[in-house]
Write a protein that binds this ligand. Structure first.
Ligand SMILES: *[C@@H]1O[C@H](CO)[C@@H](O)[C@H](O)[C@H]1NC(C)=O
Ligand SMILES: *[C@@H]1O[C@H](CO)[C@@H](O)[C@H](O)[C@H]1NC(C)=O
Ligand SMILES: *[C@@H]1O[C@H](CO)[C@@H](O)[C@H](O)[C@H]1NC(C)=O
Ligand SMILES: *[C@@H]1O[C@H](CO)[C@@H](O)[C@H](O)[C@H]1NC(C)=O
Ligand SMILES: *[C@@H]1O[C@H](CO)[C@@H](O)[C@H](O)[C@H]1NC(C)=O
Length: 804
């Protein structure tokens, strides 16, 4: 669940509701992290009980309003007195949002009575259901209600999905009215997209259209808001045969993509009227998150190779400019917010919403990256027992007066993203650590978040206070993904073999969506049969950069110093030269975690020697709020929970910690930043060579290798090691402040590609005079060549060779 605006202060009313009964839960489970089939059944059952509690409370005290307030058991809907209260009104359209958002959840949790009741209500109300004089946000309405309706329509149109008799009966009685409702809603939302410049306005009045919205509410929209509706709307067009939804949302999507910066990055704030960006910050979190998500999911759902290319281009840009991490395997990766024009850090925080990213990384086949990104959110949960809306991980240590300064925004409205990514990672790896995470979250729902009429999120992580609000995504996503995490054995149709052959995705709101080109069931009353989407197969991509420079490698070349291996590129066939990003996306990472082992009784987490690096690296930015236990040995660290640790180390604990790197690290740009995207790298896997034709238009991450320090590969740097590197030079100290045998420089990342220890970078042409380093620096930053070695300020770049 994603959102444009999040700097909201929630208001809390604390007063409890006496007559309400809390559900009964066992105080502690007798299973204790065993994850046997019985234990998994127990976990599913417990999750279902949690859902029942919230759903029953909503139906009793909230319905037909949009939500129920969990602490005070009151109904909650739009703010009718203050139309500028968009935080509340954007998602609350007086349309029973919690019900709209959870129709498919009722199927997944097999709540047939509740489903029949909800369907009966909608059937009675369908004709005037959306005919409400309310201003809503098009994005929120699309992902929650339109997506919800499309999902339940798709499910009910296919009675072969489940064996359950009740379900089959419900399907038989279903006449397609939910698609009619979706069509009605779509027609009320699409006018927002029919602007002269194809950039949609953010809001509509459901009854009175765009004209019914005060212009002060239409000034700004965000990248997610403009580009995300394309998925639900395209599906609506395919199901109804009315092409306007696909047409207008696709126009908006491609218009935005075409206005990306020269670094292939999209800013996040747009003025629809002026048709221009209002800001240049970008990242992966709030305001842009679902753009990336739907590039991947759109490419899966509609076999759309164009969207897949957009995702890969974006991923490469983020790996070049945004990511913080090391070339380590399973290193923790933080995707920082950066300026889209210059690619430098633009904020000090990451947000809770970016917790969706590991799920998208899994879907796109980037499993190692996903594990590393997810670890950051795991650590946040370890310390705060929630994920704060914003965490100031880049706040300089000197600026931290109180540990609370590291909290950028202090609330947690029970957002689903962490559980969602955990679900994807468990499906991909089957590492029991992900179940342990799920059980920990489940236990907190049973205790800490439990409220008389649902679940209460955290208002302020610094004080431990709660908020009297339960958004519809708590049920439709957080509890749904939790349930599905424990449901690996096909008990729900989603994990069945049949669905394994279907191109289905969860929408950004957790609604399962798929589109069967052969389906007979179309919109009743529409005589247009959906056509099969044209599949544009792109075929094998040629590495054109390599092709044009191939002649350079027509003879065997030996490096001048003679100490390194020969590079005999002429013997290598064309197909052995690959674009490292193409390579990254083409090969399928099948559970990289266990390196072949499928032992159930073992978590691969305990093999990671960098499991606690983040704790050290951000020791000034991670702390336990005063009301939580202060020690790591009380089971509050998920990865150190006693029972789990004993079981899943196979009684052979191997937990080791690597040395914490303390080398100086910096980035440099050479040449023109805006041409970085055109300077392709070539990987020659057989010789572990990364070849770059011209050492120009590159972004490099580097570290200074000095004796006595610990490098980013966690090795202690010895005098001998530095001397060996430097012995290739006879003399030539250019910077008087650095003596030759003291240091070398190592490239750790070049244009988004991590340079692994086994890699050697080879460059064939060289530019000397365009080097820039962001930020203040005392160095001269000069590149020179000496004996085939490239030197930065007189210090050897140890993993870079130049061919002459
Ligand atoms: C599970 O843990 C609880 C609390 O640590 C303990 O009281 C109980 O005996 C354990 N149960 C089993 C089956 O080990
Ligand atoms: C599921 O939980 C309910 C109470 O919440 C309990 O009555 C029932 O026996 C449980 N079923 C299983 C299979 O554990
Ligand atoms: C909400 O919808 C109900 C039912 O259609 C209607 O009676 C009520 O007036 C609406 N409330 C607001 C605030 O629009
Ligand atoms: C760089 O690549 C983009 C496409 O990625 C292309 O549109 C542009 O013309 C290229 N620029 C140059 C200078 O080659
Ligand atoms: C060398 O270091 C000294 C003292 O730190 C400084 O004043 C001087 O500018 C440095 N020289 C160069 C060439 O960087």
């Amino acid at each position: 669940m994603l959102r444009c605006i999040l700097w909201v202060l929630w208001f809390t009313t604390i007063s409890t509701c006496a007559e309400v009964q809390f559900p009964k839960f066992e105080a502690t489970s007798s299973f204790n992290s065993s994850f046997t089939p019985d234990h998994m059944r127990y976990l599913r059952n417990e999750t279902k009980s949690l859902f029942d509690h919230a759903w029953t409370s909503y139906m009793k005290y909230g319905f037909p309003m949009d939500e129920v307030r969990p602490i005070t058991c009151e109904p909650y809907g739009p703010d009718v007195k203050d139309y500028t209260n968009v935080i509340r009104n954007d998602v609350l359209g007086n349309i029973s949002s919690t019900l709209m958002d959870n129709l498919d959840t009722l199927v997944i949790l097999e709540k047939w009575d509740d489903l029949e009741m909800a369907l009966g209500y909608l059937y009675r109300e369908k004709d005037s259901y959306f005919d409400k004089d309310v201003v809503v946000q098009v994005f929120e309405m699309t992902i929650r209600s339109l997506g919800g309706l499309l999902s339940i329509h798709t499910i009910l149109s296919d009675s072969s999905l489940m064996k359950n008799l009740r379900f089959r009966q419900i399907c038989q009685n279903y006449d397609g009215f939910l698609l009619e409702m979706a069509y009605d809603l779509g027609k009320r939302l699409i006018p927002a997209f029919k602007t002269t410049n194809n950039i949609p306005v953010p809001r509509v009045n459901l009854k009175r259209g765009v004209k019914g919205v005060p212009s002060s509410l239409q000034l700004e929209t965000c990248t997610s808001g403009v580009t995300t509706p394309v998925l639900e709307m395209t599906l609506l067009s395919k199901l109804t045969g009315d092409l306007q939804f696909e047409k207008y949302t696709q126009l908006a999507f491609w218009k935005i993509w075409n206005s990306r910066s020269s670094l292939d990055l999209l800013p996040m704030t747009i003025s629809p009227a002026e048709s221009e960006w209002k800001d240049s910050i970008t990242g992966i979190g709030a305001s842009i998150d679902s753009f990336y998500e739907y590039c991947v999911k759109g490419s899966i759902l509609f076999d759309d190779t164009h969207m897949w290319e957009v995702f890969k281009t974006s991923y490469k840009a983020l790996m070049t400019h945004s990511v913080k991490g090391s070339p380590d395997e399973f290193t923790s990766l933080i995707f920082a917010n950066i300026g889209s024009e210059e690619g430098l850090d633009a904020t000090i925080w990451i947000d809770s919403l970016s917790g969706f990213w590991p799920g998208v990384q899994v879907l796109s086949g980037q499993l190692k990256d996903a594990i590393g990104t997810h670890m950051v959110f795991l650590k946040l949960w370890d310390y705060f027992q929630i994920i704060p809306e914003r965490w100031n991980f880049l706040l300089p240590k000197e600026a931290i007066k109180s540990e609370e300064d590291t909290i950028g925004l202090e609330w947690y409205p029970l957002r689903p993203e962490f559980v969602e990514s955990t679900y994807y990672l468990y499906q991909a790896t089957h590492d029991p650590m992900y179940l342990q995470i799920g059980e920990t979250v489940l236990n907190l729902f049973k205790t800490k978040f439990m409220a008389p009429c649902g679940f209460k999120g955290v208002q302020d992580v610094r004080t431990g206070s709660f908020q009297n609000r339960m958004e519809s995504f708590v049920l439709s996503e957080t509890l749904k993904y939790l349930y599905l995490l424990f449901d690996e054995q096909n008990e729900v149709f989603l994990h069945s073999k049949r669905m394994g052959d279907t191109n289905w995705v969860f929408s950004t709101e957790g609604h399962p969506l798929w589109f069967d080109y052969n389906t007979e069931k179309t919109f009743k009353g529409s005589n247009i049969t959906p056509k099969k989407h044209e599949f544009v197969a792109e075929g094998h991509r040629e590495n054109s950069m390599f092709k044009s420079f191939k002649g350079l490698f027509s003879t065997t070349r030996k490096l001048k110093d003679g100490t390194t291996k020969d590079i005999t590129i002429e013997y290598i066939d064309d197909h052995e030269f690959v674009d490292p990003f193409q390579y990254k996306f083409d090969k399928c990472e099948v559970n990289p975690f266990t390196s072949g082992s499928t032992d159930f009784m073992k978590s691969s987490y305990y093999e990671l020697d960098n499991l606690f690096n983040l704790d050290y690296e951000y020791s000034s930015h991670l702390y336990h709020p005063h009301y939580l236990p202060q020690t790591s040995l009380d089971n509050s660290y998920i990865e150190l929970a006693d029972d789990f640790y004993k079981r899943f180390t196979l009684f052979n604990p191997k937990l080791t910690c690597s040395l914490q790197s303390n080398t100086e690290k910096f980035d440099i740009f050479i040449g023109d930043k805006t041409s970085i995207r055109n300077n392709s790298l070539t990987l020659i896997p057989s010789s572990n060579t990364l070849w770059i034709h011209e050492f120009d238009n590159v972004r490099l991450s580097m570290e200074l290798i000095q004796k006595g320090k610990i490098d980013s590969r966690h090795n202690y740097i010895t005098q001998q090691q530095v001397e060996t590197t430097n012995s290739r030079l006879v003399e030539g100290v250019l910077d008087p402040n650095i003596t030759l045998y003291d240091a070398s420089v190592r490239i750790t990342r070049i244009n988004g590609v991590f340079v692994k220890p086994e890699h050697e970078l080879v460059v064939s042409r060289f530019t000397q005079d365009q080097l820039k380093r962001p930020g203040a620096n005392k160095r001269k930053d000069r590149l020179t060549i000496y004996n085939s070695q490239v030197l930065l300020d007189g210090v050897v770049i140890e993993n870079l060779r130049i061919t002459d």
